[in-house]
Design a binder for this molecule. Structure first.
Ligand code: PRX
Length: 666
C-alpha cells in the first residue's frame, strides 16, 4: 500500500476539495448531474444510448444477456467492425484531421491524418491476409511505440483477427509463453526500439522466442532502428517490402458484438499470466464513452496525450480504441521521458499544444523529484485537464501535478480501473465532480461498486475493505483465455452468491470510503505488486528466482517505495555451497530480467539461511513486508523459526542501503 491508513484518516479530516472550475464546467461535455440518476434508474438503457454513438452493421437485439453469469454478453446480436467506428466514419467529415502526432525519441516526427491511418491499416490488413491471417486467427504484436503499432492493432481488428500485444519490455521467455498460450499464427515486431538513446533489440529477442513457438508461420518486421537482424527465409518479411504495395482499401470483416477483439496478458496471483479476453461491441462502447466523458474530449479542438505504452491496457483503450472512435487528435511519444533531458515531456506538451494529459503517479513522482525547473522551461498553458492512472496517487503528487503542471487551474481526474475492466470505472467527471487529492471519487455513471468486509457485507461509509463491482459493465472481461474455471475462481468466487443469483466481481484492491461516499484506493490486497504502475505477480518473480541453479527457495514482496509505489524485495535461500555475494545478486537480478523482463528485476535481494515460516510451512510474507518497511514486528511466536527474523531484518537494512534501483520504469 502506498497510502497508509493514517495519512488517509488525516486527509478525511482535512477534507480538501476542488470543485470544477466555473469556466471548465460551463463548456463541459457532461454538465448535468442527472446523468448519474438516469444511468442508475436504467443502466442497460444508459449503455444502449452510448452504443448509439458507434457504427453498427446490425443493431443489437438485447443490451445485456447475464443469464450465463458471470459470463456476460453485451449488445447481443449486434454486428460491427470496430475499425468502422475508429476510422471509416471519420473519412466523410474530416479525413484531414490529425489522428496521431507521432514524436520519435531521436527527434524525428510524423503526422498521420485519419485518411492516412485508414489507408495504412487497410494496406497492412491486406498484407496480413496474404500471409494467411483469417477471421479468428490470433496475431501477436511485440513492438516499440512506432506509428505502425496502432496500425497493427487496427489491421488485425479490420480482419476480425484478435491481437495479443506483448509489451516491448518483456523478455523472450515472456513473449514465447504468451504466443503459445494464444497459439498465435503471425507475429508483428520491429528490428528494435529506441529507449534512452539505446536500441532495444526486439527482433533478436523475438528470434529467441520463435525457437519455441511452433504456431507462428510468419513474422512481419518493421524497420525502425536499423540494427542488424537475421531474417529467416520463408518466415520473416520486412513491413516495407510487403505493405506499401498493397491496396489502400479493404472492406472491414463483419464481426459479432461478442467476437474476440483482443487478448491482453496480465499478472495474477499465480506464476502464470492470464490472457484477459475482450470482445468487440461492449468494449468499444465502454472505451468510447469514457474517453469522451472522463477526458471531456472536444475532438475538434483538443490535443490529447496518454503517455502509456500501447502494450498495456491503458494504451489499448486510451491511445487506440477510445480516442480514435471519438475522432480525437492524439500524441504518441516513442521513448524515455528523460531523453535527451528531463524536460522531454514538457517539450512535447509545448510543441503540440497538448490540452489533455494522462499519465501515471509514478511518473508524476519522478518529475517532482527531478524538480520544477524542467516543466518551468516550457509553456504549458495549453493544458486544461490532467489525468492519472495505474496506482494510488499520494496527495502531494496530486497537488504538484495540479499546481506545477496545471498552473493550479486544471481539474485532475484520478481514474481507477484494470486490464480486466477494459474501461475506467471509478473517476471524477471533470465538469461535475468535486475532487479531493488522493481520491478517485466515485463510480462513473452506470457503474456500481461497493466496499465489503471478509464476509462480503457492505461496509458503511467511513470504513474500509475490499473493492468490488456489483453490476456488469460493457467493457468487462469476458473470461481468461482457455481457462473458464480460473476466471470464475479469480474474480467471482469470493463474494458472489450464485444461489441467490448475486454476482460480485472482486477487483483485488483494498479501498476506503469517506463520509461523502468517495473512494480512496489503498493498493492490492493479493500477491500482486504494483511497481511503477506495472502489475507484477510475486509468484512469477519467485518462480523466476528458483529457476536459477543457485537458488533453493525464494520469497518476494512489494515494499513501499516513494517513487515507484512499490519496489520488488526478494529473500532468497541458496543451495549447497553457493555464495551469496554482490556478484550473485546481480546475476539473479539479470536472471529475472531474462525470464520476465527488466520491469520485474528485484530492487533488493537478501540472502538468508532460512525463510520465516509458520509451523505449517507457509512463508510469512506479511512479516517480510514488515521487515522491509521497518515496522515493529510484534509477536512472531507462531513462527517455526523465530530466530531467523532478527537476522533477516539486519540483512534487509543493509540491502536497502545498497539497493540499486532496478525496478524503475525506464
Ligand atoms: O491496483 C489497482 C491499480 O492497478 C491495478 C490494475 O492494473 P492493470 O490491470 O495493469 O491496469 C492498470 C491501468 C488501468 C488495479 O487493480 N490501479 C489502477 N488505477 C488506479 C489503481 N490504484 C489506485 N488508483 C488508481 N487510479
Amino acid at each position: 500500500m502506498t497510502q497508509t491508513d493514517r495519512t488517509i484518516e488525516a486527509l478525511f479530516e482535512e477534507n480538501r476539495t476542488f470543485p470544477p472550475p466555473a469556466d471548465f464546467a460551463r463548456r463541459a461535455i457532461v454538465s448535468s448531474p442527472e446523468i448519474y440518476a438516469e444511468a442508475e434508474a436504467d443502466f442497460e438503457g444508459f449503455w444502449a444510448r452510448q452504443a448509439e454513438n458507434l457504427v453498427w452493421r446490425r443493431r443489437w437485439d438485447q443490451v445485456l444477456d447475464w443469464s450465463g453469469a458471470p459470463f456476460a454478453k453485451w449488445f447481443v446480436g449486434g454486428r460491427l467492425n470496430v475499425t468502422e467506428s475508429c476510422l471509416d466514419r471519420h473519412l466523410g467529415e474530416h479525413p484531414g484531421r490529425v489522428a496521431y502526432y507521432w514524436e520519435g525519441e531521436p527527434g524525428d516526427a510524423r503526422t498521420i491524418t485519419y485518411a492516412e491511418l485508414h489507408a495504412e491499416v487497410c494496406r497492412l490488413a491486406n498484407a496480413l491476409a496474404l500471409l494467411g491471417v483469417e477471421k479468428g486467427d490470433r496475431v501477436a504484436i511485440y513492438m516499440g511505440m512506432v506509428p505502425e503499432l496502432p496500425v497493427a492493432l487496427l489491421a488485425c481488428a479490420r480482419l476480425g483477427a484478435p491481437h495479443s500485444v506483448v509489451f516491448g519490455g518483456f523478455s523472450a521467455d515472456a513473449l514465447a509463453d504468451r504466443i503459445n498460450d494464444a497459439q498465435a499464427k503471425v507475429l508483428i515486431t520491429c528490428d528494435g526500439s529506441w529507449r534512452a538513446g539505446q536500441v532495444v533489440p526486439l527482433k533478436d529477442m523475438a528470434d529467441d522466442a520463435l525457437e519455441r513457438t511452433p504456431s507462428i508461420s510468419s513474422v512481419v518486421v518493421v524497420q525502425r532502428t536499423n540494427n542488424a537482424v537475421s531474417m529467416q527465409e520463408g518466415r520473416d518479411v520486412w513491413y516495407h517490402d510487403v505493405v506499401p504495395e498493397q491496396e489502400p482499401s479493404r472492406p472491414a470483416t463483419e464481426c459479432d458484438s461478442e467476437d474476440l477483439l483482443y487478448l491482453l496478458y496480465t499478472s495474477g496471483t499465480t506464476a502464470r499470466p492470464k490472457g484477459i479476453v475482450h470482445t468487440c461491441g461492449g468494449y468499444l462502447v465502454g472505451a468510447t464513452t469514457t474517453t469522451k466523458m472522463v477526458f471531456d474530449l472536444h475532438e475538434e479542438e483538443d490535443v490529447y496525450w496518454c503517455t502509456a505504452d500501447i502494450g498495456w491496457v491503458t494504451g489499448h483503450s486510451y491511445i487506440v480504441y477510445g480516442p480514435l472512435s471519438v475522432g480525437a487528435t492524439s500524441v504518441i511519444y516513442e521513448g524515455a521521458p528523460a531523453y535527451p533531458d528531463k524536460d522531454r515531456l514538457w517539450d512535447v506538451v509545448e510543441k503540440y499544444k497538448v490540452s489533455i494529459l494522462y499519465t501515471a503517479p509514478t511518473s508524476i513522482r519522478t518529475f517532482m523529484k527531478w524538480g520544477d525547473e524542467y516543466p518551468g522551461r516550457h509553456d504549458l498553458s495549453s493544458l486544461r485537464l490532467l489525468g492519472t492512472v495505474g496506482e494510488p496517487i499520494n496527495p502531494e503528487a496530486w497537488m504538484w501535478y495540479r499546481d506545477i503542471i496545471g498552473a493550479g487551474r486544471t481539474p485532475v481526474v484520478d481514474t481507477w480501473w484494470q486490464t480486466e475492466t477494459g474501461m475506467q470505472m471509478i473517476s471524477p467527471l471533470p465538469g461535475l465532480t468535486t475532487t479531493k487529492p488522493g481520491s478517485a471519487t466515485h463510480p462513473l455513471p452506470g457503474i456500481s461498486a461497493d466496499i465489503v468486509d471478509d464476509e462480503g457485507n457492505s461496509v458503511p461509509l467511513g470504513g474500509g475493505g475490499y473493492l468490488v463491482l456489483t453490476r456488469p459493465w460493457p467493457a468487462m472481461l469476458r473470461g481468461i483465455y482457455g481457462d473458464p474455471n480460473r476466471f470464475v475462481e479469480t474474480y467471482w468466487r469470493r463474494f458472489s452468491r450464485p444461489e441467490e443469483d448475486k454476482w460480485v466481481y472482486f477487483a483485488g484492491d483494498g479501498a476506503k470510503r469517506d463520509l461523502d461516499g468517495d473512494y480512496w484506493l489503498l493498493g492490492r490486497v493479493d500477491d500482486v505488486m504494483n511497481v511503477s504502475g506495472h502489475r507484477i505477480s510475486t509468484l512469477e518473480v519467485e518462480s523466476a528466482l528458483v529457476d536459477h541453479p543457485a537458488v533453493a527457495e525464494a520469497a518476494v514482496i512489494g515494499r513501499a517505495d516513494p517513487t515507484t509505489g512499490q519496489a520488488i524485495a526478494a529473500f532468497v535461500t541458496l543451495r549447497g555451497t553457493a555464495e551469496g555475494d554482490e556478484a550473485l545478486i546481480q546475476e539473479l537480478r539479470e536472471h529475472v530480467a531474462v525470464k520476465i523482463g527488466k520491469i520485474a528485476r528485484p530492487a533488493s535481494i537478501v540472502f538468508t539461511d532460512e525463510l520465516p515460516k509458520t509451523r505449517s510451512g507457509k512463508i510469512m510474507r506479511r512479516l517480510l513486508r514488515d521487515i522491509s518497511e521497518e515496522r515493529h514486528l510484534g509477536d512472531v511466536t507462531t513462527l517455526a523459526n523465530a530466530a531467523v527474523v532478527e537476522e533477516i531484518a539486519a540483512r534487509a537494512r543493509l540491502a536497502r542501503g545498497n539497493a540499486g534501483g532496478g525496478a524503475q520504469k525506464s
